[in-house]
Design a protein around this ligand. Structure first.
Ligand code: V1D
Ligand code: CA
Length: 583
């Protein structure tokens, strides 16, 4: 069924830019040389699709069953190196981000006990959007276990791409459910990646703002979040405006791309590719997490965009081509026959296979009959396009100017070694394969010091122009969040600060001094004062990890006199701290 591709590249495909008389994007026909095909791991927690939010609820986990049936029906399983029915996440793993009280509640509440737990149900924001349904906790543990397993495998360097269509529940907060999401598997997976990856880029193409992930990393400079979404102020969750850019150390490490109803393939792809290319150039992530919410497709039951499956898939393809370790997760998507087609198509894009437009026969044929069993049904042009070329240009120019504040990839703090690294061999919850993988991950860290390239060597791709010397201890862990994602620590003592609220940071940069979000013209970024040759190359083994955090990337405080670049923007010198590190 699957024809493995051979000749040309996607960029030579006439697909999106020469759309002939069809007026809509056509399926990808990229050809990928077999030797360059990535190792793909596909996670499908058995039984995850059998859960029910409720008859009238738009979220239908059955879409996951449909997706899996199409993926297998196309024979894509023969193109995927690893297919896993993964173990569920443990309570301790969930509590690496979420509050103990909240997880304890999720583990105990059932449709039968909910009348006795009314107050807690309100406290934890369950109700209409986030109902209490049978086996809710198992459902959460399943989809989260799959994202965590994918992240671990990426860190071990034993896969290039990990796919978990059951994950991507981007609205869940530390202490409460939100927008059909209970546990934020994305945040947990990113925390896992951060054990080995200095910089993680999160990209969110769900039509809703990825508020839960943004909030979790709003003050971090090691995770850059970029969400593309419908923004009106009213549309759920009501957040994600252009000038929400992060706070404290995380200022400038959060981007929002607010869009209006009816955006079409051409406009979306143009803004997506511009923003992502600029972001990757400026931030230089060492891994990417891509949330592929399919409610941004045309004809979605809750959405209002006009995207075709081909264009949605082209976003995935565009990110794939950066060849960075990538975790791909699902998210929203409420016209389930389209969600399953979309994620099947994206699976084929990720494995580098070409699949025909004719759907394979499955026991779910009834879902696809009205669209003649096609993978690419017409979905576009149903909603008036409220976006204009000018409004989109304003966004891309504004974002390009915001990215100038990054001034090259950031440094990495060496603050804390997560205790779960030191004790990972003792963890009885881990499967044999996980233990082996984790041992090999730690070994790969040792190998760094011998200059043996490892897949998970996070110096890969830093090339020779890193201005910051980063030294790693034998256990290759960096962690810059003030607390490690320990799976062993008690939770009771942890402050329950932000994240307990209804999805808004407690702070707002109303004093935003960026001046970077209007109709700015683009001017050349200021060059770093520091010579590029400093501290580059491989890190040397050190017995004490150097603490090179990015306090120094903070905006200058009131009264300080930031440098001004030639364009007149205030630009803090991100490398100022190097002056203190001279030996
Ligand atoms: F239409 C409904 C029927 C039953 C229950 C809920 C809904 C519904 C539709 N849209 N709920 C919504 C959104 N909620 C509100 C609430 C009204 N309150 C004041 C807030 O507008 C929630 C939409 C959630 C979207 C989730 C997601 O697509 O982003 C997603 N991503 O990953 C998983 C889900
Ligand atoms: Ca989004």
């Amino acid at each position: 069924m699957v024809r493995t591709s051979q000749a040309s590249t996607f960029s030579s495909s006439p697909y999106f830019f020469d759309r002939g008389s069809h007026g809509t994007a056509q399926p990808i026909t990229e050809r990928v040389a077999p030797h360059s095909r990535p190792i793909v791991s596909y996670y499908y927690p058995k039984g995850v699709g059998a859960h029910h939010y409720g008859e009238r609820h738009p979220m239908k986990p059955h879409r996951l069953t449909l997706t899996n049936a199409l993926v297998m029906g196309y024979g894509l399983d023969r193109q995927i190196q690893n297919i896993y029915d993964v173990r569920s996440a443990t309570q301790a793993e969930l509590e690496a981000y979420h509050d103990h009280e909240y997880i304890d509640f999720l583990s105990r509440v059932t449709p039968q006990t909910q009348s006795d737990m009314r107050q807690m149900i309100d406290t934890f924001n369950c109700g209409e959007d986030c109902p209490i349904f049978a086996d809710l906790y198992d459902f959460c543990r399943m989809y989260t276990g799959a994202s965590l397993a994918g992240a671990r495998k990426l860190s071990a360097g034993t896969t290039d791409i990990a796919i978990n269509w059951s994950g991507g529940l981007h609205h869940a907060k530390r202490g409460e459910a939100s927008g059909f999401c209970y546990v934020n598997d994305i945040v947990l997976a990113i925390l896992e990646l951060l054990r080995y990856h200095p910089r993680v880029l999160y990209i969110d193409i769900d039509i809703h703002h990825g508020d839960g992930v943004e909030l979790a990393f709003y003050q971090s400079n090691r995770v850059m979040t970029v969400s593309f979404h419908k923004y009106t102020g009213e549309f759920f969750p009501g957040t994600g405006k252009l000038d929400d850019n992060g706070h404290g150390l995380g200022k400038h490490f959060c981007l929002n791309v607010p869009l209006q109803d009816g955006i079409d393939d051409e406009m979306y792809l143009s803004v997506f590719k511009t923003v992502i290319e600029d972001t990757i150039t400026a931030f230089r992530p060492t891994s990417i997490v891509l949330q592929c919410g399919a409610d941004s497709l045309g004809c979605d039951r809750l959405g209002a965009f006009n995207l075709s499956i081909a264009a949605h898939g082209e976003c995935v393809n565009f990110v794939r081509k950066f060849n960075l370790p990538m975790l791909v997760v699902g998210g929203g998507g409420y016209t389930i026959k389209n969600v399953s087609r979309c994620w099947t198509y994206e699976t084929s894009v990720l494995v580098g296979a070409v699949i025909p437009n004719e759907l394979p026969a499955t026991v779910y044929d009834a879902f696809f009959k009205d669209s003649q069993f096609k993978l690419h049904p017409p979905l576009t042009g149903k909603v008036d396009n409220q976006n204009s070329a000018a409004s989109l240009q304003r966004i891309t120019v504004s974002i390009r100017n915001k990215l100038r504040y990054l001034q090259g990839a950031p440094s990495v703090a060496m603050q804390e070694i997560p205790p779960d690294i030191q004790g990972f061999l003792e963890d009885e919850e881990r499967t044999i394969e996980e233990r082996e993988e984790e041992i090999s991950t730690a070994m790969a860290g040792d190998q760094r010091f011998e200059d043996i390239p490892a897949r998970n060597d996070y110096y890969d791709g830093w090339k020779d122009n890193d201005p910051v010397e980063i030294m790693v201890p034998t256990t290759p862990v960096v962690f810059a969040r003030g607390r490690a994602p320990s799976t062993r620590r008690g939770r009771a003592g942890r402050p329950r600060g932000r994240g307990r609220g209804r999805g808004r940071p407690l702070y707002r940069d109303d004093d935003d001094d960026d001046d970077d979000d209007d109709n700015d013209s683009i001017s050349a970024p200021r060059k770093s004062r520091k010579p590029k040759s400093r501290g580059r190359g491989r890190a040397k083994p050190v017995s004490v990890a150097a603490s090179v955090d990015r306090e120094s990337l903070k905006d200058p405080g009131p009264g300080s006199s930031p440098e001004k670049d030639s364009s007149g923007f205030n630009t803090p010198d991100p490398y100022a701290f190097l002056d203190d590190l001279e030996d």
